[in-house]
Design a protein around this ligand. Structure first.
Ligand SMILES: [Zn+2]
Length: 216
């Protein structure tokens, strides 16, 4: 496997349909990235949960998942589970983010996600971020849509544990959900670790990847 080590990662964009998606899908990667690159600019957009307790959870959580970063978070008020009916609003929000930010990396849901809100956002992202590397994070759910991602960020053991700790601490509104527990988070990270010869990892779907084999 080739290690992808972007030289200039000074700014990243995070997109999610719901509060907690980013933490579940990419929390360990965010901890790894932000710890290694103090001062990283993180521009985050979450489409739903604005004005509710879920927004408060998300703000506190992302602050801890992005230590030392310059974090800017917008949480909109689109209804949960209704993204197709609010397509124009979602598209405008994604385009507005793109107009403000030219990120080195983009984290977003992936097209194979069975949740219609996740899948809808995944389709919108490349319409606005056309010249960017997009990493599609995965979220365990009832639908059983875990696929075969091809890109991995290995996680140090303490990072995998810290991710599980922060998910437990910051999202009490989700504690009754059957997919929301430490065993799930660490279990998937352990499985993805096996696939990339690490103890733990987060995995991402990549739609396109351009090489520069000449280097220089
Ligand atoms: Zn979600």
């Amino acid at each position: 496997m080739i290690g992808f080590r972007p030289a200039a990662t000074g700014r990243i964009a995070l997109l999610a349909a719901h509060c907690d998606d980013l933490a579940i899908g990419a929390g360990g990667t965010l901890l790894t990235l932000c710890s290694a690159r103090p001062g990283l600019t993180v521009e985050a957009l979450v489409l739903s949960g604005g004005g509710t307790a879920r927004e408060d959870e998300e703000r506190a959580a992302l602050a801890d998942f992005c230590p030392g970063a310059g974090l800017r978070l917008a949480v909109l008020k689109l209804p949960d589970g209704r993204l197709p009916a609010y397509w124009e609003e979602a598209k405008a929000a994604v385009e507005e983010l793109r107009a403000r930010v030219d990120p080195d990396l983009v984290f977003a849901p992936h097209r194979g996600d069975a949740h219609q809100d996740h899948r809808g956002l995944a389709k919108l992202v490349p319409t606005a971020f056309r010249d960017h590397q997009v990493l599609g994070y995965e979220i365990v759910k009832w639908d059983g849509d875990l696929g075969r991602p091809c890109a991995y960020q290995p996680l140090a053991p303490e990072v995998a544990e810290a991710k599980a700790d922060l998910l437990e601490r910051h999202y009490p509104s989700q504690h009754g959900r059957p997919w929301y527990d430490r065993e799930v988070f660490l279990g998937l990270a352990r499985l993805r670790g096996i696939e990339c010869r690490a103890r733990h990892a987060e995995a991402f779907h990549v739609g396109k990847l351009t090489f520069d084999l000449a280097g220089g």
